[in-house]
Ligand binder design. Structure first.
Ligand code: NA7
Length: 540
């Protein structure tokens, strides 16, 4: 259709993405503020990251009683999780339940990819173009594109000519992959690879795991929820909500206030053992200073490395798996179901590609720099994402005076509170870089952002404010603060971390998520709004 014939739909707000963020944002703008809002979603269903991540073993690392919306008592009453950690299919069922319950789907345009969005000062509107030819304009543009949604497939020479099948875990086929009788290579040992390997190994003829950076992992201890715990959730949801909204990381557990060296060595081992037995991300909560003191962290690292050596029977494999080069928790700490145990199976082997990197993929094998070849039928890339900025940059956003986002963020993301970018009026980025996002239990971070954005838009609508954008000064101050906060922790010490963009060749190395803690961040955002949106410039 020629450009001139395209109809333009006029709206108050366009929201990009139909995961946890986009669904709630639509509900708030449409049903609370009465605005004309629409969600544009690339997939043909709701779910966001969970629409795409259907790889074997894909499961959330947050406990189910906290991996859900907390804004509606009705939703809480009517939904029941089945396991300690929800699996990908159950999360999609949950998000469909929410979308149906709130009648959201009629305002979501599925199978529609945003190809560009441009702010025009003349009409103070965002002009959004999509691959289906739709043209929409809106006063507000809200990105709800998630932090981990742009698959990172490494550019390994020869992949195009590989004669077997290959898949990225974040773009998994909906009808699954049959590994029976196949030689499978899995590249990557982050949270995803650690979840996938044990499940792939159950059916593959042989699984070879290619490890670049060895990783810690704590048993998840997943299990069906007992009827008693289900009742506990229903009867105590207010308290669960109070906890998740007041903790540093939005999880339903409180980080201990004791420090590592406040207790004797014997006591410390007991505490670590109890945390290991309980399982899950709570291991990080055993002591207050694990992420700020290297000496303290070393004690946890030693405990976890010993566990690997205890579990894995072959000493050489155990040595490779426990040769971990970063502090515990400095990279996103995985939790697992039988990951290290999997290496005791006869059909599983480990290859250290830090020592001998992958040189190329031949039509039938993975070849290392030493010349060693591993013949394979299926390659699974568990190689992560162009995290936090990738999904935003591929939207082709243009702000005031033709400023492209790629230009504004050439040296890394720069914004205020992770929420707004200078030069991009009325654009809000839910869980953008510079906000706690991935360092927090995501639904908690998302609800806070969506509610803050909703209140801000409400304020603008009531007071006839046409534009909001942050001042350069506020952006400079926030970028500095995000850096200082990161440097006060051990997190930047993990040089291969996606928090730093290090997993994507050529990406600027900037520590992206805000480490200052969710509760502190929430208070700060509220105070800024209460003070007349300090640091933002609002114009009539
Ligand atoms: P991650 O955590 O980024 O892990 C990706 C893994 O893939 C990691 O082990 C990487 O090694 C490895 N990788 C990436 N590129 C290559 C190449 N070229 N060669 C060999 N190995 C490579 O992604 P996940 O999907 O596991 O987890 C992402 C988040 O999703 C997770 O943290 C949770 O928040 C949910 P590296 O460490 O870079 O050396």
């Amino acid at each position: 259709m020629p450009e001139t014939n395209k109809t333009e739909t006029e709206l108050d707000a366009v929201i990009i993405g139909a995961g946890f963020s986009g669904l709630y944002q639509l509900h708030c703008l449409r049903d609370r503020l009465g605005l004309r809002a629409r969600v544009l979603e690339m997939a043909d269903g709701v779910g966001g990251t969970w629409y795409w991540n259907r790889y074997p073993g894909a499961r959330c690392d947050s406990e189910s009683q906290s991996y859900c919306y907390a804004f509606s008592d009705e939703l809480t009453r009517e939904w029941e999780w089945s396991e300690r950690y929800p699996g990908h299919a159950e999360i999609r069922r949950y998000l469909n339940f929410v979308a149906d319950k709130l009648d959201l789907k009629r305002d979501i345009r599925f199978s529609t990819k945003v190809t560009s969005a441009q702010y025009e000062a003349a009409d103070n509107r965002w002009h959004v173009a999509t691959d289906s030819g739709d043209r929409l304009t809106a006063k507000y543009l809200i990105t709800a594109v998630g932090c981990l949604s742009t698959a990172n497939v490494p550019k390994i020479p020869g992949l195009d000519a590989f004669r077997g099948q290959w898949y990225h875990t974040g773009q998994w086929p909906h009808d699954g992959v049959d590994f029976r009788g196949k030689r499978v290579a899995q590249i990557g040992t982050g949270s995803t690879g650690i979840q996938a390997a044990p499940v792939i190994a159950e059916t593959a003829a042989h699984l070879t795991v290619f490890q670049r950076t060895a990783n810690y992992s704590v048993p998840a201890r997943n299990a069906p929820l007992t009827p008693e715990f289900k009742t506990y959730i229903k009867e105590n949801f207010d308290e669960i909500r109070r906890t998740t909204r007041s903790t540093t990381n939005g999880h339903p557990f409180v980080i201990s206030q004791r420090k590592v060296f406040d207790v004797s060595e014997e006591e410390r081992q007991k505490i670590y053992q109890a945390a290991w037995t309980k399982g899950g991300l709570q291991f990080r909560a055993a002591f207050e200073d694990l992420l700020v003191s290297k000496d303290a962290n070393d004690t946890a690292a030693k405990f976890l490395k010993n566990k690997i050596r205890e579990i894995v029977k072959d000493p050489e494999t155990a040595a490779k798996l426990s040769d971990i080069d970063h502090p515990y928790g400095a990279k996103r700490p995985p939790i697992d179901t039988d990951y290290f145990e999997t290496f005791n199976r006869a059909n599983v082997s480990l290859v250290d590609v830090r020592a001998d990197p992958i040189a190329e993929i031949t039509p039938t094998a993975i070849k290392l720099e030493s010349g060693a070849e591993y013949p394979v039928d299926i390659i699974v890339f568990a190689t992560g994402f162009d995290a936090m900025t990738g999904a935003l940059l591929r939207l082709n956003l243009t702000g005031r005076d033709g400023l492209k986002l790629a230009q504004a963020w050439q040296a890394g993301p720069r914004n205020y509170l992770g929420l707004q970018i200078a030069g991009f009026p009325n654009l809000f980025t839910i869980t953008g870089p510079g906000s706690p996002s991935v360092l927090c239990n995501m639904p908690v971070a998302i609800e806070q952002h969506v509610e803050w954005i909703t209140d801000c838009i409400d304020h603008m609508q009531r007071n006839d404010i046409a534009r909001i954008e942050p001042t350069e000064e506020a952006v400079n101050g926030w970028v500095q603060h995000v850096n200082d906060a990161a440097n006060a922790t051990l997190l930047p010490q993990a040089h291969h971390s996606w928090y730093l963009g290090a997993n994507v060749p050529g990406k600027p190395r900037v520590f992206m998520p805000y480490t200052g803690g969710m509760a502190t961040y929430r208070e700060r955002c509220n105070a800024i709004a209460d003070n007349g949106y300090e640091g933002f410039s609002l114009s009539a």
